[in-house]
Design a protein around this ligand. Structure first.
Ligand code: MN
Ligand code: MN
Length: 465
């Protein structure tokens, strides 16, 4: 080292994250831009977990995946998908090695923060018709007013028939909106704290204003709207009681910036990890180890419920796979590895004081590895081991993948969690790996195309090992 120049020595001794825009070859940058085009289409078609499942199954079928059959005898190279209650899906590619060597799991989630309709949502007030909502996941409520909303979901009638709803996405379709007070009369509202600026019970969606012409008495606007809903969907008000209707932002994914380097969209968290994981799964032929791409629901409300990863469905699926090769499920799990694929908060130059510069993720610095999440002294986290971190780091660097380390903000600035802890509790090695996001959980989030592509490359290398 003695005859090396100081600058070279410094480069070798110091850690510095790299900007993918500087270090990637032009061919890789072009490939990233191309990958992003299909991702935008996926985003627009997959605004809810149910729609994401349909999109993923369509991609899987096109690539030779068949529906999982627990009586089939699978062999190396076989590809199949398992759908759990229309809201989560597992893609599997059987590996050359026995399941007793473990499986490689990429686990992302396909639910995003949104506004769910309450079970009995429709009402009339001051001759306007509105829907009551109950927000889903962590949102800043003031961000969800005065933006165009679309309605997605299903209504199940008491005879079991299911009605699909998707309204407000097409150019010529009506949109919905939550109103806000004009600034001229906003003085009292302005004294509220930001988090109380719009309250939960004020997230009421405007759905109509014209009264039924030939009626009399009260609620003529509500009557008119319910009549229109009945004509369009064949449902009555009581059918809302057995429905899952979700209001989501009606805008489409777009390039952001003069350089078109970023994408603005609803629902990057966590489709920006789910999509590259799916594409990695379909691109890996005949892997050594069996690969699982797990796309879960309910992460945004804590992973509880039978479509979230705090339920046993993924574990049961692995046990079912094991039965075919006479391998105990717990033996598979103990040797398995997982990338918990979720987003992290990107450094925001306007709000940089909540970040610790040396340990936060940044736009264009590549895929972000989050060793631990949690809050108040790492509570509620799976803290990845140094051994596993070392292994994943080596894997990425060997493949020339631009990556960075990231904590979710400053110590005690807040915190959060991912599905990693539920997977760790199954005796699996796991670390969070994903894409940095600006304005996370806002109706319109921003990511970098190069980071998205680095995530795709990372999942591909993980599955290929
Ligand atoms: Mn997430
Ligand atoms: Mn989230």
């Amino acid at each position: 080292m003695a005859d090396k120049k100081f600058e070279d020595m410094k480069k070798e001794l110091f850690y510095k994250s790299e900007n993918a825009g500087e270090v990637l070859e032009q061919a890789d940058i072009d490939a990233a831009d191309c990958f992003a085009e299909d991702y935008k289409k996926f985003l627009d078609a997959s605004k809810t977990e149910r729609e994401a499942v349909l999109s993923v199954v369509e991609i899987a079928k096109k690539n030779g995946y068949k529906e999982f059959d627990s009586t089939a005898e699978y062999k190396s190279g076989d590809k199949f998908f398992y759908v759990n209650r229309n809201k989560s899906v597992i893609l599997t590619v059987m590996g050359k090695k026995s399941l007793k060597e473990g499986v490689k799991i990429a686990a992302a989630h396909i639910d995003s923060p949104r506004l769910d309709l309450k079970p009995n949502p429709l009402y009339e007030k001051d001759e306007l018709a509105l829907f009551k909502t109950h927000y889903y996941g962590g949102i800043k409520k003031y961000q969800w007013v005065t933006i165009p909303l679309a309605l997605h979901g299903v209504v199940v009638k008491k005879d079991g028939t299911k009605v699909e709803v998707c309204l407000g996405e097409e150019e010529n379709e009506p949109k919905f909106v939550i109103t806000d007070i004009l600034p001229h009369l906003g003085a009292e509202q302005g004294k509220r704290t930001l988090s109380e600026g719009i309250k939960g019970e004020e997230l009421n969606i405007l759905v109509g204003s014209r009264p039924f012409k030939d009626g009399e008495g009260s609620e003529l606007v509500k009557f008119n709207i319910m009549k229109l809903i009945n004509e369009k969907y064949g449902i009555v008000e009581a059918d809302f009681l057995s429905a899952e209707l979700e209001a989501v932002p009606a805008f489409k994914a777009s390039d952001i910036g003069f350089d078109r380097s970023m994408i603005g969209s609803y629902g990057h968290d966590d489709r920006v990890c789910a999509y590259p994981a799916v594409m990695a799964s379909v691109s890996v032929e005949n892997p050594e180890y069996t690969t699982l791409t797990v796309l879960a629901d309910k992460e945004e409300t804590g992973s509880d419920g039978n479509t979230g990863l705090n339920s046993d469905y993924m574990e049961n699926f692995i046990y079912k796979l094991g039965e075919q090769q006479n391998v105990q499920g717990y033996d598979i799990l103990a040797k398995s590895e997982c990338l918990s694929a979720d987003v992290n908060s990107a450094l925001d130059p306007t709000f940089s004081d909540v970040f610790e510069k040396n340990n936060c993720s940044e736009i264009n610095k590549g895929v972000v590895i989050t060793k631990y999440t949690g809050a108040r002294g790492k509570a509620g986290t799976s803290d990845a081991s140094a051994e596993y971190m070392g292994k994943i780091r080596g894997l990425l660097e060997k493949a020339g993948i631009v990556w960075q380390i990231g904590e979710l903000g400053k110590v005690d600035a807040g915190g959060g969690g991912t599905v990693a802890k539920y997977i760790a509790s199954l005796d699996v090695d796991v670390v969070d790996l994903g894409v940095p996001v600006l304005s996370m959980h806002a109706p319109y989030e921003v990511i970098s195309k190069l980071d998205l592509y680095m995530a795709y490359r990372a999942f591909t290398e993980f599955f290929k090992q």
